[in-house]
Design a protein around this ligand. Structure first.
Ligand SMILES: [Fe+2]
Length: 168
């Protein structure tokens, strides 16, 4: 994550540091989920499962603020709370129309790293970056904007090298 964020050249150094800290902490609230939620395929999720999933942004923010709030600035807490917001009000928890560029970077990097690295209940992780890029192209067409697709392409060049060298 740190490597990828450092390659983005149109945000300032302070925002980069904030994004890196956010990336490390943003899903901590998932630790409160029941175990079966981590392994249940998405097509088996019930309405109440989805509602619970959508609380993790606020839950994470509140956990961090209550326990280590003095170590984190308001930008980091805001990025954590908003990390599932999407342009046009399609995200959560607040349905912000424009979540802001740092949050869109988080979204892009989160999908990118998850696609590249993580096993899911419904598929295995990708063994090579070409497969990752094909999946990203598919996602870019369906659920993310053109601007994010361009960001993915920019990230792909360096991430592919890191992936092959085994350091990502
Ligand atoms: Fe999340």
């Amino acid at each position: 994550m740190q490597y990828v964020v450092e390659k983005i050249d149109d945000i300032d150094e302070k925002t980069k540091r904030e994004l890196i800290v956010t990336a490390l902490l943003h899903d901590l609230g998932k630790s409160m989920w029941p175990d079966e939620l981590f392994t249940k395929p998405s097509y088996l999720l019930k309405v109440e499962d989805i509602a619970l999933i959508k609380t993790h942004t606020i839950l994470t923010r509140n956990l961090l603020k209550e326990n280590v709030g003095e170590l984190l600035n308001e930008n980091i807490l805001k990025f954590i709370e908003n990390h599932h917001e999407k342009p046009g009000g399609k995200g959560y928890p607040a349905g912000l129309v424009e979540p802001g560029y740092p949050v869109r970077i988080l979204e892009a990097v989160d999908i990118f790293c998850a696609t590249l690295l993580e096993e899911r209940a419904y598929r295995t992780g990708k063994e090579n970056a070409e497969g990752v890029f094909m999946e990203i192209e598919e996602l870019a067409g369906k659920k993310v904007s053109k601007i994010l697709k361009e960001l993915y392409q920019k990230l792909f060049v360096t991430a592919d090298k890191q992936f092959k060298e085994g350091v990502m």
